[in-house]
Design a protein. Sequence first.
Length: 370
Amino acid sequence: MKILFAGGGTAGHINPALAVADYIKARHPEAQISYIGTAEKLEAKLVPAKGYDFYTIKVAGFRRSLSPKAIIHNISAVKLAATSMMSAKKIIKKINPDVVVGTGGYVSGPVLKAAQKLGIKTAIHEQNAFPGVTTKMLAPNAQKVMLAMPEAKKYLKLNKEPIVTGNPIRNELLTIDRETARKKLGFGDKPLILSFGGSLGAKRVNEAVCDLIKSHNGSDKFYHIHATGKFGYETMLESLKDTELSKDITIREYIDDMDVCLNAADLVICRAGAITLGELQACGKAAILIPSPYVAENHQYHNALTLKKDGAAELIEEKDLSGESLIELAYKLLNDKEKLAKMSKCAKENAIIDANQRIYNIIMELISAS
């Protein structure tokens, strides 16, 4: 059994592929699993660390700006488009996979297109509510199209019905309950606010959360854990240098025990990446979502709308974000236990916690057919 994955650029495209790869390997130790990505992006670090065969091609995405720099970049991207597909074909012929699975990012484009031209079965997994350009381009010719969110279907032109699989969820998030998580953190019964903006940080989110922290510091009403991200830690500490923080407030650079913190939380304030939202649903958490406006096709906004429509989250667009707006909404929710409980229930009801199994079944079906 030979399976080739392609996807990259961000953890949101890479981690689903690795989660499924691990799931397959646990059930079929003899399976030969390979991965094609780029040498410059995150996949070059994450995939080899998992022990999977890793191949690279040179490819670049297109920029929508008409600036001279963007035009030069796009000319280079056009040239790479042809050579990347040739490179992908050579690697695919060498591996001779039974199926090729794309999980998004521009690197998956030439790989899946090459596989389709070579007559190899392909499957696509789209993590977001608003599909990326790569998914839109390749989905019509793929044997299977898998969606994390059913809303994505209306944006695709398909010859076949897509399958809703959800996004893979880390198993550790599903194996701890709220009470156990609270004990690990040494917390009592007060509401816990968990806030973060991503591993690198989000300046506007950090600024608004800083105001929120100052507003409830010393009130003894809430616990609060905030992760600033890599580029926000020193700045936030500087902003709080004249504030004597309560022992109930913790400022971290990164949350490395998300399974504990998320399950202990009562209200989560965060961006709206697809994997994060899947984890919020799996853990049944009410949220205030602040979509990043800096991502392709504004897909985080569409992701956030999905949870808002389900009644599991409130939404603040970054253009409307301020310390005042965040404080007002956070207190409104935290002071309404019935509302928080309802949001939590809505999140849980729409969770898909067996995405790995669903995706695995589809891949096995394609392999059996070939």
